[in-house]
Design a protein around this ligand. Sequence first.
Ligand SMILES: Nc1ncnc2c1ncn2[C@@H]1O[C@H](COP(=O)(O)OP(=O)(O)O)[C@@H](O)[C@H]1O
Ligand SMILES: CC(C)(COP(=O)(O)O)[C@@H](O)C(=O)NCCC(=O)O
Ligand SMILES: [K+]
Length: 260
Amino acid sequence: MSSPFLAIDIGNTRLKWALYEGAFPGAALQAHGAEFLDHIERLADGPWADLPAPGSMLGCVVAGDTLRRRAEEQITERFDCTPRWVVSSAGEAGIVNGYDHPTRLGADRFVAMIGARHRMLAQGPERPMVVVLIGTAVTVEAIDASGKFLGGLILPGHGIMLRALESGTAGLHVPTGEVREFPTNTSDALTSGGTYAIAGAVERMVQHVRSHCGAEPACFMTGGAGWKMAPAMNGHFELVESLIMDGLLVIAKERAPAAG
Ligand SMILES: Nc1ncnc2c1ncn2[C@@H]1O[C@H](COP(=O)(O)OP(=O)(O)O)[C@@H](O)[C@H]1O
Ligand SMILES: CC(C)(COP(=O)(O)O)[C@@H](O)C(=O)NCCC(=O)O
Ligand SMILES: [K+]
C-alpha cells in the first residue's frame, strides 16, 4: 500500500502544492492549490487542515532559503514527514544536465525537463524537446533526443517586463491590453510586445534545436502564465499545467527503494 505523496513547487511568485495518492507517475491527484508567497503561513491551518497525511514529500524551490524554511515550518507543523527538496545534479531520471555548474540550474527547470521527458517517452519514440516555463521569469530549455539538456534561455516574465517599462519611462502607465498583431494603442502595444518577445524567443530556440538535432522537437509549456501565452505560440505546443509536479512524481518513484 502506498501512502499519499505531497509535491511542492516554490517559485518567485507562488507556492504550488499537489497531493497524490502515491509517489509514482500517473498517481491520482487528490487535492491541489497555490498560495502567493506572502500567504505561506496559512497553509497548515488553512488548505492543508483537512488533507489526508502524506507519507512523504518532495519539492523544488527557487525562491530562496527564507521561503524554503517558511514552507518547511508549515510542512512539519501539519504533517509527520521530512521536507525534501530536489537539487539539480549532473543527471537524474533520464536528463543529463549540460549546465557549466549543474547544481546552479534552477531546480524547477531541472524537474520540469524530467517531467517533460517522461511524458514525451510515454507518447512515442525519443525526440528532442523544447520545454518552456512561464512563471515570474520565463525559461526556454533545449534537450536533445538522448535526454541531454543542451542549455536554456532566461528572460523576464510578463509582469517583470511591464514593471521594468513602467519604472523606466514617464508615459507607459496604462492598463493591461490585448494581444494584437498590429497594436494601435499603448496598452495593446505593451501587452503584445511582452507576449511576442516570449513567443519570439521560443521560436528561435525551436529553430536552434531543429538545426542542431536534425529533428522536429516535441514542445511543452507550463507555468502560471502559460495559458496566456498559448494562443500566441507558433507550431504545436502542449500546455501541461502539471509538468513540474509530474517531474517530482518521476523523481520520487526513482528514488524510492525498489518495492517487493
Ligand atoms: N491567479 C493568477 N491570475 C492571473 N495571473 C496569474 C495568477 N497567478 C499567476 N499568474 C501569472 O503567472 C505568473 C506567475 O506564475 P507562477 O507559475 O505562479 O510563477 P512562479 O513559479 O515563478 O511562482 C505571474 O507573473 C502572473 O503573470
Ligand atoms: C530562472 C528562475 C529565476 C525561474 O524562476 P521562476 O520564474 O520559476 O520563479 C529560477 O529557475 C532560478 O532562479 N534559476 C537559477 C539560475 C539558473 O537556472 O541558471
Ligand atoms: K516555477
